[in-house]
Write a protein that binds this ligand. Sequence first.
Ligand code: ADP
Ligand code: MG
Length: 572
Amino acid sequence: MSLRRIAALFAPYRWQLAIVTAVIVASSLVGLASPFLLRAVIDTALPGRNVRLLAWLVAGMVAVAAVTSAFGVIQTWIATRVGQQVMHGLRTRVFGHLQRQSIAFFTRTRAGEVQSRITNDIGGMESVVTSTATSIAANLTTAIATAVAMAALSWQLSLISLVVMPPAIYLTRRVARLRRAITTQQQRELANLNVTIEEGLSINGIQLAKAMGTGPSLVRRFTASSARLIDLELQSQLAGRWRMASMSIIFAAIPAVIYLAAGLPVTAGAVTIGTLIAFTTLQNGLFRPLTGLLNTSVSVISSLALFARIFEYLDLPVEVDDPLHPVPVDPASVAGHVRFSAVSFSYPGADRPALDGVDLDIPAGSTLALVGETGSGKTTLGSLVARLYDPTAGQVTIDGVDVRDMRLSDLAAIVGVVSQETYLLHTTVRENLRYARPSATDADIEAAARAAQVHDLIAALPEGYDTMVGSRGHRFSGGEKQRIAIARTLLRDPRVLVLDEATSALDTETERAVQQAFNALAAGRTTITIAHRLSTVRDADQIVVLDHGHVTEAGTHASLIADRGRYAALAA
Ligand SMILES: Nc1ncnc2c1ncn2[C@@H]1O[C@H](COP(=O)(O)OP(=O)(O)O)[C@@H](O)[C@H]1O
Ligand SMILES: [Mg+2]
């Protein structure tokens, strides 16, 4: 598949890679002098007792070693930097791209899967990405240079050495395929492990596990995943070891064959002893770059499995995206007139629409209350205003502008959502509130908390606003978290509000506090309230009854009571 695509990742670093290649070529050329120096030592300097020449030759050998080692350091430094930067680029691209994915992606993806790909898969590429380019360049030049030198020494002996190539290449291809399949399984298993960690050791997961007594079975699942990983790694390592063993045998056989060839009556005397020794030394030196190249091709091919998993994420289309030509709107001066025109929406794969031909007109600054049974589409309707999803048909407009034509950042500034589930970050209460508006002063934060009826509660915490909320805010009750969420939304000061109230779970005392907070929040804004208790609906400017995605009744409390329909029956 995507060797070209992988190469493209390195394109921005072509200069660094060119330098690395040049360093490697230079170093191999310098290294090539060694066997010729050796031959001169054995055939000329030693027999001729030429001490001066011998001293020069030996000094030359040391110099060659020094220069090639220095080149090696430079090359490692540049190559590692390039490799790390490529990984950094991939990591940030995946993070940025997934960040833009719609809610639909996250509802269908297992918690833990995404982390696993960003950490395990990209981490697994590390060695490949940092070493492949240099390994290819280094081994290829060494191999070619060595081969040339061998041919220069004796082309006949070189031909004999060539017989090892076909079996070596054949073995390598087989191992590479095997490893690639194993790598795919390994990464999948690592993701499973991560999912089990997420499901077993996150705050929600552990609560469920303790409540259900499923701890032991989670441990078993984890143990099984972990054991499969051992198995896979063993398979992967062994696949390589057998090949290495067979190759070593083949390579070891060549010098033997060469000595034999040199000593046969027909050929005897054709090569000098110096040539023979220099040749076998070279030939030994060929073994390393060749196995290096073969190993690199194995790791590149098996890493295709990792790249495939990462590219799969990078190729996900962004369903809810910034428009190509956004309509300029100023969030500060938007009035907040929300309209639904013939809006229908179906969840992917659902057989019936969650919303079907909904028309609503919510004048700026007015309140609309949505009532209806669970599953009637209330939450869905709210999410369309914030563009968590796009309608399948029809349009949602704010001040006459389709929300799909607004910049996402503008829309986020205009529409605020307080949902039934509140997510708090693992930091202080103050920072959680400031997350909504980084420029907020401590006084702003306190004012918002007061309006949301949560200041007294926060002030009573051991460290007040600097208390850590803990993982996902589990130290707070549902009503408390919701009021913190309200304070957060107050800080953002959106013109349009969607409130998915969950006051039904609260006791009357708390409900009153939360309701007051909601009222403070709603004042002067266009508000869509999803009401779970009819008591909170009475004063809304409009009340809309949803049933299976259809608007079945609409009016004020008084008019709906007078109509004696569903609402009247519910309110009675
Ligand atoms: N992410 C989703 N994927 C598929 N179906 C969904 C999803 N969310 C909600 N639904 C379905 O859409 C319908 C409306 O749901 P929702 O808007 O949450 O109702 P309400 O908030 O009124 O209880 C329900 O039938 C529900 O099962
Ligand atoms: Mg709902």
